[in-house]
Design a protein around this ligand. Structure first.
Ligand code: 5GP
Ligand code: MG
Length: 183
């Protein structure tokens, strides 16, 4: 589909599915080179947005790893509220372990910075950040974003796990808010 409408807003196609998958395969190949069989890192997927990314990424990983989920929310409508709500907390012991945070998108970085400190406080030996998308013009924090599949401008996007007020997560492509038709 070239265009979709969610609630009151119109979106146009931005990143097609095949391009998303190619970027994930390249990212997985890099991880396969960087992690050794002995690491057994814990992949911590940040729900809800990263469910599709996590699934496609994990299929390409060739080293031993564990997977768990955490659920937080900072967005309301199309803007970050800057306040993070923990909806599903950490239920795995991270003491002394390498934890790979799996995010759909890093925007202001508020989410990732808070999760990073929480994991460090819980005793994680190393926290690695992996994201499908990064908005480099919005991210001004110090936590290094170790793995980025794709960089995008400061636009609001949906699809491939990402929502607009809870709808639109199911699309296999990524769509961008069409400013021209939302005047
Ligand atoms: P941050 O805390 O970095 O500002 O934002 C992170 C979270 O906000 C992401 O995990 C994602 O859920 C949401 N988010 C940020 N940018 C976008 C966007 O362009 N579209 C959607 N749908 N969600 C976004
Ligand atoms: Mg998210």
């Amino acid at each position: 589909m070239e265009r979709i409408t969610l609630h009151d807003k119109s979106f146009r196609i931005f990143i097609p599915h095949d391009k998303i998958l190619k970027s994930i395969e390249e990212l997985a190949a890099k991880m396969n080179r960087d992690f050794s069989q002995a690491d057994v890192p814990l992949f911590l997927s940040v729900l809800n947005g990263s469910f599709m990314f996590t699934s496609d990424l994990m299929k390409h990983l060739e080293f031993q790893c564990e997977l768990s989920f955490i659920k937080v929310s900072s967005y309301s409508g199309v803007e970050s509220t800057g306040e993070l709500k923990h909806i599903l907390g950490l239920n795995t012991d991270v003491k002394g372990r390498t934890v790979v945070l799996v995010e759909d998108i890093v925007d202001t970085g508020a989410t990732i910075v808070e999760l990073y400190s929480m994991l460090k406080e819980a005793g994680a030996a190393k926290v690695v950040v992996c994201t499908l998308l990064l908005k480099p013009d919005a991210y001004k924090r110090d936590v290094p974003i170790d793995y980025v599949a794709m960089k995008i401008p400061n636009d609001f996007i949906v699809g491939y796990g990402l929502d607009y007020d809870e709808i639109g997560r199911q699309y296999k492509d990524i769509y961008v808010l069409d400013t021209a038709s939302n005047q």
